[in-house]
Design a protein around this ligand. Structure first.
Ligand code: SF4
Length: 160
């Protein structure tokens, strides 16, 4: 975007405006899996205030959500459910893998836990930690916004 000199007008391409609007209203799916979900929930509180990023509207329906936050370990029985929910989300959509368990199984190296949610669905941002801090999750959402504005995606590691 650029300001027209001597006026109060902005010039921009429609694509850029659409990306800006889209990146400012990334709505997460209401979905918590384990202890990491407690940290995820806290980002809606005033102290962290995810509303600053336009992402405070957690949706109960995958049809209305742009972002899936996989917050915690994924049980084998939940795997197909997560895949179904992801498939029901409209494109374009993004996924944050929050915490060691979601990203790699974490301390649960056993038959009951999926060893990384990226074996089921594509992940855009991985947030390390057990659990990650709410700031780490906010940073991940910020990286998703940057990806949308730049028209790209994929594989960024967010550090808390
Ligand atoms: S990464 Fe830690 S806090 Fe998160 S679900 Fe696993 S054990 Fe719980």
């Amino acid at each position: 975007m650029e300001v027209v000199p001597g006026t109060q007008f902005l010039l921009a391409r429609v694509d850029d405006v659409a990306r800006w609007a889209q990146s400012s209203s990334v709505w997460p799916l209401t979905m918590g899996l384990a202890c990491c979900a407690i940290e995820m929930m806290s980002v809606t509180a005033p102290e962290y205030d995810i509303a600053r990023l336009g992402s405070e509207v957690f949706r109960a329906s995958p049809r209305q959500a742009d972002l899936m936050i996989v917050s915690g370990r994924v049980a084998q029985k939940m795997g197909p459910v997560i895949k179904r929910l992801y498939d029901q989300m409209a494109d374009p959509k993004w996924v944050i893998s929050m915490g060691a368990c979601a990203s790699s199984g974490g301390v649960f190296d056993n038959y009951a836990i999926v060893q990384g949610v990226d074996t089921i669905i594509p992940v855009d941002v991985y947030v390390p930690g057990c659990p990650p801090t709410p700031d780490g999750l906010l940073y991940a959402v910020n990286l998703i916004q940057q990806q949308i504005r730049q028209g790209g995606r994929g594989g960024i590691l967010a550090r808390a």
